[in-house]
Design a protein around this ligand. Structure first.
Ligand SMILES: [Zn+2]
Length: 421
C-alpha cells in the first residue's frame, strides 16, 4: 500500500542553505526553459518532443539523474495533456513553475535510488548534487548534500521519488516522500539478472534477458525516412550551381536528419534500459563493433548507413544511460553467435535468410533475437529458452511504441511455441 511521509529538512549551515537553494532554483529553471520550448513548439503546431538537450545543460548543477528526472516529468505531463485532449477533455498544456512576477517555484525531484533517508536519533537526508555545485561549495567528489530531518517520518518502506520544495510562507524546505509499505517487507537482494544485445541494421536492437524476456526494436521505418532525406539531399546537391557545395536548405535537412536520428537513438537507449532495470538486470553484454560491422555490414550496406546508426555513439549513449540505473555495459566478442542455433547449439547446420534463422534440427526463429539469445548463453550458463513472446517496438517519431499484439502474433512466437510443445 502507498503512503507518504512529509517532513521538514534543514540545511546545517548557511552554505548548505545556499547550495540547496541553488539546486532547487536550477531545477525550476530547467523545468521552465523546457516548458517554454515545448509550449512554443506546441503553439506553432510543431512536435513538442524534439528539444534542446537540457540534461547536458544542467548535468553540472543537478547531476544526471535529477536532470533526467525533471525531463521525464515534463514528458509525462505533456503525454497526459495530449491524451486528455484526445479524449476531448478541456485542458491546457503544462505550465511553468511560478509566475514571472513572483519568481520561480523552488522545487526538485530526486529519483528513488538517488537519495538516502536515515531515521533515528538524528534523522538525516542525503541528496546528490552536480559536480559544478560540489566544486563551488567544497563538497568531495563522491559526497552528497546532507540535510537534517525535523520531525518523525511515519512510514517506512520502499521509497519513491522524493519531492523537495521551498515553502515561502514558513521559510522552510520541505520534503514529500511517497512510500510503498509492504507487509512482508524483506530487503530484496541486489539485482543479478543479465541481458545481451544484438545490434543490427533493420532491427536496431534485439535483446534477450536471463529472465526470459525478448525485445526487438525495429529500424526499418526510421531507416526508410533517413534514406528519403538522403535522396532529397542528393537531388538538391545536383541542382547546385557550379562551384557550390551546399545550401541553407541542404544544411537544414542534414541537421534535421541528425536530430531525428539522435532523438530516436536516445529514446531507444532509455526505453531499453528502463525495461532492463525493471527486470532486475545488472549487466548488459554488447557485441564489439568490429564484429558487428563484419557480420551485418555486407556490400549492400554502404558507409552512409553505417554513418546513420553510428554504433559507437549509440553504445556510449547506452552505457551512459545504463550507468544512471546502476547497470554495467560490457563489450564482448559475439563471433558466431549470429549463426548459432539456440535449440541444438550447432553453428554449421543453420541458415540465415533475411530475418529468419533455420536449423536442420527443426528450429526456426527470428535471426537477430536468436543471435542475442546465443550471445547471452555464451556468457551465462543458466539461460532459459525465452518463454514470453518477444515484445516489438517501432519508432513513431516520438516514442518507441509497442506494436499491438506483438507478444502474440509474430511468426517467431508460433515457431517457439511449436518447439516447446
Ligand atoms: Zn538446431
Amino acid at each position: 500500500m502507498k503512503r507518504a511521509n512529509k517532513f521538514v529538512v534543514r540545511p546545517q549551515s548557511e552554505q548548505d542553505r545556499e547550495l540547496l537553494h541553488e539546486l532547487l532554483d536550477a531545477s525550476a529553471s530547467l523545468w521552465n526553459e523546457l516548458t517554454y520550448e515545448r509550449r512554443q513548439q506546441y503553439f506553432d503546431g510543431e512536435s513538442v518532443w524534439d528539444t534542446a538537450d537540457y540534461r547536458k545543460q544542467y548535468v553540472g548543477v543537478l547531476g544526471s539523474a535529477t536532470a533526467q528526472q525533471l525531463i521525464r516529468k515534463s514528458k509525462s505531463a505533456w503525454k497526459s495533456f495530449f491524451s486528455l485532449k484526445q479524449d476531448g477533455e478541456r485542458c491546457s498544456p503544462p505550465g511553468y513553475w511560478g509566475k514571472e512576477d513572483d519568481g520561480r517555484t523552488l522545487r526538485t525531484y530526486v529519483r528513488n535510488d538517488q537519495y538516502t533517508l536515515k531515521l533515528g536519533d538524528c534523522s538525516r537526508l542525503e541528496i546528490p548534487v552536480g559536480k559544478e555545485l560540489k566544486e563551488k561549495y567544497g563538497l568531495g567528489y563522491t559526497e552528497r548534500l546532507r540535510l537534517e530531518v525535523a520531525g518523525d517520518p511515519e512510514w517506512n518502506g520502499k521509497q519513491g521519488r522524493l519531492e523537495l520544495y521551498y515553502d515561502e510562507p514558513s521559510d522552510q524546505f520541505r520534503a514529500f516522500q511517497p512510500v510503498n509499505v509492504d507487509n512482508s517487507r524483506l530487503d530484496s537482494p541486489l539485482a543479478d539478472e543479465t541481458a545481451a544485445l544484438d545490434i543490427g541494421v533493420n532491427n536496431i536492437v534485439a535483446c534477450t534477458t536471463t529472465t526470459g524476456e525478448q525485445y526487438l526494436y525495429e529500424g526499418r521505418g526510421l531507416f526508410e525516412r533517413f534514406r528519403e532525406t538522403t535522396r532529397e539531399i542528393a537531388r538538391l546537391q545536383s541542382k547546385l550551381r557550379e562551384g557550390r557545395y551546399s545550401s541553407n536548405r541542404i544544411r537544414r535537412l542534414y541537421r534535421r536528419q541528425t536530430r531525428r536520428r539522435d532523438h530516436a537513438m536516445d529514446a531507444l537507449a532509455r526505453d531499453l534500459v528502463e525495461r532492463l532495470y525493471e527486470e532486475g538486470v545488472s549487466t548488459v553484454y554488447v557485441g564489439d563493433l568490429t564484429n558487428v560491422l563484419e557480420t551485418h555490414w555486407s556490400v549492400r550496406v554502404n558507409a552512409k548507413t553505417h554513418n546513420f546508426w553510428s554504433f559507437r555513439a549509440f553504445i556510449d549513449r547506452l552505457a551512459y544511460t545504463a550507468e544512471e540505473f546502476g547497470i554495467s555495459v560490457e563489450v564482448r566478442t559475439e563471433a558466431w553467435t549470429s549463426q548459432t542455433c539456440p535449440n541444438c547449439g550447432s553453428t554449421e547446420d543453420t541458415t540465415r535468410h533475411r530475418d529468419t534463422l533455420t536449423c536442420t534440427c527443426g528450429f526456426e526463429g527470428h535471426a537477430d533475437l536468436t543471435a542475442s539469445e546465443a550471445f547471452l548463453r555464451r556468457h551465462e550458463t543458466d539461460v532459459p529458452r525465452p518463454m514470453a513472446r518477444p515484445v516489438r517496438f517501432e519508432w513513431d517519431d516520438h516514442h518507441w511504441s509497442e506494436l499491438p499484439h506483438s507478444r502474440e502474433s509474430s511468426k517467431e512466437a508460433r515457431t517457439n511455441r511449436s518447439i516447446h510443445a
